[in-house]
Design a protein around this ligand. Structure first.
Ligand SMILES: [Zn+2]
Length: 275
């Protein structure tokens, strides 16, 4: 067996990236280990037996008390049952995550629940937007947030309607920003130290994109998400990714409708609303 990638971060938090079928350019999901000896393991997401074995091997020296799933996407949950079977740890997730997965969790987690480890407490925040049952974990003692897929250290966060909801996502980002964290631990890519700056960037980017889409819609009159995606992204996005880009545009259009700034007809064509 090769030397395990047991990257010590700090303050009783460690990261073990495992290979997962995730969204490129990311290739791995970060499994966050909270605690020193009695630990909580977040998002063991690899479906691959060799990666699951590597994680087991690394965790052999600690007691895994709990497995937490930030949300239901396959690259976050696919190693949970395997890890439970080797460690006996209980699996915990939000009730809305339970509804979206095909195995039973042992415990449900909701807003303000607190998880104790031997290296500090982590408070649960319900942060829908990317996924309905998404949760983040906050440790105020070390000003650190386990972010799941709320932000990414590599690549971008997809909001795929109807699960993806921009209004909820922005609300959740604002709530996390108001905690004034120092450090963000994303599920993909490196640790983010400029936490508040990063959250502000994500919030501002979504507002800028919304206004760009509102402007396009006003100019075109009536349009489908794909028409607007082609207009906005043009040659920046390869043709193969244009349907994904159109799903992102749809998220913004849905938010404009929710804000009473656009309307949608039965053929899923959007128009700007006269103000
Ligand atoms: Zn996700």
């Amino acid at each position: 067996m090769t030397v395990p990638d047991f990257q010590f971060i700090t303050d009783g938090v460690r990261c073990i990236p495992v290979r997962t079928p995730t969204l490129p350019p990311a290739t791995h999901t970060n499994v966050w280990i909270l605690g020193e000896h009695h630990v909580t393991v977040v998002d063991p997401g690899s479906p691959y037996p060799d990666e699951q074995e590597r994680l087991d091997y690394i965790l052999e020296t600690v007691l895994v008390e709990r497995i937490v799933l930030t949300h239901h996407h396959a690259d976050h949950i696919s190693g949970a049952i395997a890890l439970k079977s080797t460690t006996g740890a209980r699996i915990a997730a939000h009730p809305l995550t339970q509804q979206r997965i095909d195995f039973d969790v042992d415990d449900t987690l909701t807003e303000d629940d607190v998880l104790a480890t031997d290296a500090g407490f982590w408070r649960v925040f319900h942060t829908p937007g990317h996924a309905s049952g998404h949760i983040c974990l906050h440790n105020p003692g070390i000003s650190t947030l386990v972010m799941g897929d709320m932000v990414a250290g590599i690549g971008t966060i997809l909001l795929d309607p109807p699960e993806g909801d921009l209004g909820l996502y922005l609300h959740s980002l604002n709530l996390l920003r108001d905690l004034q964290p120092k450090r963000l631990l994303p599920a993909h890519g490196p640790v983010i130290d400029n936490a508040v700056g990063c959250l502000n960037e994500y919030i501002n980017h979504r507002h800028t994109r919304t206004e760009q889409i509102a402007k396009s819609l006003a100019e075109i009159g009536t349009a489908s998400p794909l028409t607007i995606a082609n207009r906005i992204y043009g040659t920046q996005v390869p043709d193969a990714f244009m349907p994904v880009a159109a799903r992102q545009v749809l998220t913004h259009l849905n938010w404009l409708v929710a804000q009473n700034r656009a309307v949608v007809d039965n053929n899923k064509q959007f128009s700007a609303k006269e103000s």
